[in-house]
Every structure is written in C-alpha cells, then in structure tokens.
Design a protein around this ligand. Structure first.
Ligand code: FES
Length: 91
C-alpha cells in the first residue's frame, strides 16, 4: 500500500494504489486547497520532494496548465490531477 507523506505537517497516510489526491483534499485529510478540480486554476499546486514517480503522470489538463503558466520547479504538480501510485513525499 503506497504511503503519502506530507512534509509540512509530517503526516503519513497509507493509501490504496490509485487514490486520487483531490478526494483527500475534499475530505480535509490534506491541507491543500482545491477549486476547479479540473487542472485549470492552479490553486492546488504542490511540490513533490521525494519520488515523483509515486504520482501518476501529468494529465492533458495538467500539461496544458503548465504550458500556459510555466512551473517554478520541475517538482510542481497539480494535486487535483494526481493519483498516488507509490510512496511519495509532498509539501
Ligand atoms: S483545483 Fe484548480 S487546478 Fe487543481
């Protein structure tokens, strides 16, 4: 079972593979704000600190967002577009 670690709160969650981060945000299990849930607004930006392969590949919506608004860091992702596939650390 993949483990998601949130560095800012030192919180660890054991999650089923494929768990959508947006669902955890909506259940207040993650301190990440979601607005559009569609990869359009950027409100849910996160930084991946360890093991970026622990998240699903960027969706077409996420790619389009970062083509329009380039990333400050290669580790930046949109939480609303990510699924947990393996152990990963975010902030
Ligand atoms: S909530 Fe808008 S991009 Fe994720």
């Amino acid at each position: 079972m993949p483990q998601l670690r949130i560095a800012t709160t030192n919180q660890c969650l054991d999650l089923p593979r494929g768990q959508r981060l947006v669902e955890l945000c909506e259940d207040d299990q993650l301190p990440i704000r979601v607005v559009c849930r569609a990869g359009a607004c950027g409100a849910c930006k996160i930084e991946v600190l360890e093991n970026p392969d622990g998240l699903s590949s960027p969706s077409e919506a996420e790619k389009a967002f970062f083509n329009k608004y380039p990333k400050n860091s290669v580790a930046t992702r949109l939480a609303c577009q990510c699924r947990v596939l393996g152990d990963v650390t975010i902030k």
